[in-house]
Design a protein around this ligand. Sequence first.
Ligand code: ZN
Length: 675
Amino acid sequence: MDALNPLLDNTELPAFDRIRPEHVGPAVDTLLADAEAALERAVGPDVPADHDTLALLLDVPVERLRRAWAHVNHLQSVADSPALREAHAQALPRIVDFTTRLGADHRLYAKYKAIAASPAAERLSPAQRKALADTLRDFVLGGAELQGAARERHAAIQDRLAALGKTFGDRSLDATDAFQLVVPEERLAGVPADVVAAARSAAAAAGHASGCLLTLQIPCYLPLLQFAQDRALREQLFRAYNTRASDLGPAEFDNTGVMAEMLALRTEEAALLGHASYAELALVPKMARTPEEVLAFVRQLAARARPSAERELAELRQFAAAELGIADLQAWDRLFVAEKLKQARYAFSSQEVKQYFTEPTVLKGLFGLIETLFEVAIRPDTAPVWHETVRYFRVWRGDRPVAAFYLDPYARAGKQSGAWMDDSRSRWRRPEGGLQLPVAHLVCNYAAPVGAQPALLTHQDVVTLFHEFGHGLHHMLTQVDELSVAGISGVEGDAIELPSQFMENFCWEWEVLQRLTSHVDTGEPLPRALFERMRAARNFQKGLQLLRQCEYALFDMRVHTEPASAARAMAVCEEVNAEVQPERAPDFARYPCTFGHLFDGGYAAGYYGYAWAEVLSADAYGAFEEAGVFDAATGRRFREQILEVGGSRPALESFRAFRGREPRLDALLRHQGLA
Ligand code: ZN
């Protein structure tokens, strides 16, 4: 069996056409056993604390396990089946368990510390030193330096936080699901027909003889708030949505106490590890240095966005009063009025735009841009794939291959929605010899071609495609030889979106769009007038949007910085609202109670990262605006100083090397029409 198991063959590209669910279990058995044995050998007394020895002994089998598992994960995302899901679910806890133990093994930590302390450490390359420092840092953050009672307490806090996070998520979900409202169809005037139809069949399915069933799920809630002319209905839904899982709803869903306990435990965890606050601890592996720096950043951004937000709000009030007969604009009117104002001002059909974005022209334009800016060539090639529509390309510099990628473009059954970049394997100067080149997965979900016509992309599809290629280029063009800091590995979490958001900017550039579009019938590029309307609509209400982001980020940073905040999270929420927004939120609003990013996700003291990376990417793109969007020298500098170095040095250093100075807010504000 083993000899035939394609998941165990790591010599060539994975045999995606031959991997079957029944291969998963046996492959994981073998690879996990190898990795476990390697770990035991590596921490033994007869193994010297030496970089190359440890890499050969431990990193090779661990990478082999991770790579095979990446293939399984990938197939589960793009070609799911009940059998594969089952095989994946059975293997997953074993993989997680091993990874957790590997990251907390004290014997291994001691070995790495010994390497760092040895005279040989002087001879490590800068990338190897960064990788070693990251490894030691992660052990410390995981509590590896703690002893005795402190270690036990730390572990207990981790367990309790995991359980509380799950409770928080469950209650948010249950509170959302618990709300159901059946209304006569007349009350849905203005709502799009497909939403009404879905609500009608939901009512029927729940056994109601007539009427429409409304819920707080986004596909129902959002269009109701945007389009329902019935103001009282909007208010009722808005209240229900904004009080979910709070003290204003059923006690069994109330997350107030869960939040308080989590905040207190995080403060305690930070103290155990020698930090003044949880935010300080969370920022250790980030680009931002201190909570104070983040607080100042968010406050500055909010102050700069405030005048535009005030103007936008005044516009909304005016339009509501003059055109819609709403004299006192309330929170539950905002989306409704904004939608009407947007239609009145920038009406254009996304269907019309779509006719210009034909897939072959879009890809030709995108590849051409990449080839010009980053001095590579992208050529179609062949490899085993998991679906007939998947394409494989190699990336060349001169006559030398540097990377490869799979492009899986279309939506289909059994494929997860959304778009993403994943690494299939990373660049690595392998310890046993040879240079492994990076391979990326670029996965999108736009509509497949119909008949003889090429696929047509919406402009948003194109932006998403560019975004994922930004991640892909970061992964593929790296010149770093050290596995854990090559490409996107080892890049700070608040800087990882730099190349991806950077690439999005090109989709709003007239010169680029000329090469990216050809009308499906006439072959004409995008007309200027249509482009101008698209650009104007892009910045609609950007000030208010940015303030909302700042509000969330400031709340997140304050509750994770101020030790006394555990017991008064809602008070902090109100203070932040008063500080940031030109208009106070209704006093029943309780968004923290369902703020999953902070309490059931990985964004605690990290929400600012969205805006942070946007500032970096906009400012980096500013260099291209100054020199010309196709400027070869700027492209080379971006490639060499940002893309090629990956995680081998701090992101701020890379940014400075590219831009010649510290990051500035101006470009972001200019792009969003807020400057
Ligand atoms: Zn991204």
